[in-house]
Write a protein that binds this ligand. Structure first.
Ligand SMILES: Nc1nc2ncc(COP(=O)(O)OP(=O)(O)O)nc2c(=O)[nH]1
Length: 287
């Protein structure tokens, strides 16, 4: 039987999407909402990333700018200073694909030159020059939906129909990326949980995640330790939201997400092993 699963070529490091894959989060920031400051030196970030690789991550997402609600901007120079040395080390010390979580074209270019093989952009390449930069770099891109800006996006997010509006936005960004010369096989989309959404909006998106399969590209879901998980479980401390995050990501996998962006890799990998074993069971056809 032929395996027609998509394979993302991440700068020579293949990522086969034959099953949900785990993207381990490496925030090299002093202020990320759940792990800010924990790994904001090169040594600490590299050690953390290698630990996530040990735990079974399929790729590593390096970010130098927090996009939590209320976050301010980080300069290009500062974002480069934080991320590039980490990517250079990881490119040497792990065979895993490395993604750069950035919206700045200069950071995209430097990161890919340093060994990153995927661009993860919460602004869906809407920043000046981002589309051309990503098209020129030839690596896969993640296009994520966000309503507003991190600074203000959670003040009062409103939609007529959140699923339809996020779907339409992502369809438009896929089209824009293709028009810029990014092949559809290099495009991943993401509804952007928590980016200008209330709990109700996030639940609607998760419940109707299968709708996004219509876009014809792989889907990434990132719910790890987010505020919605805290609201549902009553866990104020983001570090205590592992169980709720794993549940949400299993639901996302069940509804078609092929990439899961997580802090808690070991727990998610174990949960996916159970999920995959069952999913692989051939269900006898009823006579
Ligand atoms: N594609 C994608 N990228 C993302 N990058 C950052 C965050 C925010 O989460 P985190 O990195 O944990 O926090 P912070 O932005 O404070 O560093 N969420 C997503 C997401 O849901 N999807």
């Amino acid at each position: 039987m032929f395996d027609l699963s998509p394979i993302l070529d991440c700068n020579g490091r293949p990522l086969k999407l034959d099953r949900p894959r785990v993207m381990g989060i490496v925030n090299v920031t002093p202020d990320s909402f759940s792990d800010g400051g924990a790994h904001d030196s090169v040594e600490a970030a590299v050690a953390h990333a290698l630990r996530l690789a040990e735990e079974g991550a399929d790729l590593l997402d390096v970010g130098g700018e927090s996009t939590r609600p209320g976050a301010g901007e980080v300069s290009v120079e500062e974002e480069l200073r934080r991320t590039i040395p980490v990517i250079e080390r990881l490119a040497r010390e792990t065979p895993l694909p490395i993604s750069i979580d950035t919206s700045k074209p200069e950071v995209m270019r430097a990161a890919v030159a340093a060994g990153a093989g995927l661009i993860n952009d919460v602004y869906a390449l809407r920043r000046e020059g981002a589309l051309d930069a990503a098209a020129g770099l030839g690596v896969p891109v993640v296009l994520m939906h966000m309503q507003g800006e991190p600074r203000s996006m959670q003040r009062e997010p409103v939609y007529d129909d959140v699923v339809a509006e996020v779907h339409r936005f992502l369809a438009e960004r896929v089209f824009a990326a293709e028009m810029a010369g990014i092949a559809k096989k290099r495009i991943v989309v993401d509804p952007g949980f928590g980016f200008g959404k209330t709990l109700a909006h996030n639940l609607s998106l998760l419940a109707q995640l299968e709708r996004f399969a219509e876009l014809g590209v792989p889907l990434l879901a990132g719910l790890s330790r987010k505020r919605s998980i805290g609201e549902l479980t009553g866990r104020e401390d983001a570090r205590e939201r592992v169980h709720g995050s794993v549940a949400a990501h299993l639901i996302a996998a069940q509804r078609g997400a092929m990439l899961l962006r997580v802090h808690d890799v070991a727990a998610t990998v174990d949960a996916l092993k159970v999920w995959h074993a069952v999913a692989a069971q051939a269900v006898p056809r009823r006579a």
